[in-house]
Ligand binder design. Structure first.
Ligand SMILES: [Zn+2]
Ligand SMILES: [Zn+2]
Length: 266
């Protein structure tokens, strides 16, 4: 049985917690170590019980406290080679015993979990999303997506739960005070996913058994939760959708992802 909690998610920092019957992992550690320790404690988990931190890419909103947590609590960190090379400053602070490598598009095992890192288009060294599976369920974490590719869709299909980026509302971004260059970066094919694109993706996936989604990595300036919710739902035909929004400020519910495709709040 898999359980999931979004500790924090947004352009200001991301960290997700996944629990299986015999292991506890974090995906990204993009806020302070203290916030992660406190967030875990709020759902009854001790940082001492974290078996691994998986890293999607080197941007600081995903890696801020990776080195601090690894060093202080002796936690193994998994990333691909180009990502490790792009965060040399962090790598230098992590004990060699805790540095682990994976390859995008090659699965690996962590206790009873099978992890499949899949590549995503984003302006980082070698960014990825993760499919995390036990014998019964599949959770997918996919943020920082410049544009949706056929292979991303393949990886998201038949997930029991997806944390999907819904970064910005195009009309709000257009009018925002962001410098032109930054706006260009966000909307580029290597930038971030809009509410509209997230909605279209969810609409497509609803034909492939996907019912449980949490929207994450919302921009602080160019989006807000109610707008993301409304904008995404406008793109979705299915009535059978359980849509949640991850908060940038506090942990989400800590819930079970069960094999019948229903999420149950613990
Ligand atoms: Zn990024
Ligand atoms: Zn990010």
């Amino acid at each position: 049985m898999l359980k999931f909690c979004s500790l924090y998610s947004g352009s200001s920092g991301n960290s997700f917690f996944v629990q299986s019957d015999d292991t506890n992992i974090l995906v990204d550690a993009g806020v302070s170590g203290k916030k992660i320790v406190d967030g875990l404690a709020s759902i009854g988990i001790s940082i001492q019980n974290i078996s691994a931190i998986l890293v999607t890419h080197e941007h600081s909103d995903h890696t801020k406290s990776v080195a601090t947590l690894s060093k202080k609590y002796n936690i193994p960190v998994y990333a691909n080679k180009k990502t490790w090379n792009a965060m040399k400053d962090k790598k230098e602070k992590i004990s060699e015993n805790n540095i682990f490598y994976f390859h995008n598009n090659q699965s690996f095992e962590l206790a009873n979990l099978t992890i499949f890192p899949f590549e995503i288009p984003h302006d980082a060294a070698d960014p990825c999303g993760f499919n995390i599976c036990d014998a019964n369920s599949k959770i997918c974490i996919a943020t920082d997506i410049g544009h949706i590719t056929p292979s991303i869709l393949e990886n998201l299909k038949h997930s029991n739960f997806i944390l999907l980026e819904s970064n910005y509302e195009p009309d709000v971004l257009k009018c925002s005070s962001y410098p032109y260059k930054l706006k260009e970066r966000i909307i580029s094919p290597l930038g971030h996913l809009s509410n509209i694109e997230a909605g279209k993706t969810i609409n497509y996936l609803s034909d492939f058994g996907v019912k449980n989604i949490m929207l994450g990595h919302l921009s602080n300036e160019n989006n807000f939760p109610e707008l993301a919710y409304k904008s995404v739902l406008e793109q979705v035909e299915s009535q059978d959708l359980n849509l949640k929004i991850a908060s940038r400020y506090c942990p989400s519910e800590f819930f079970e992802v069960d094999k019948e495709n229903n999420t149950i709040i613990c």
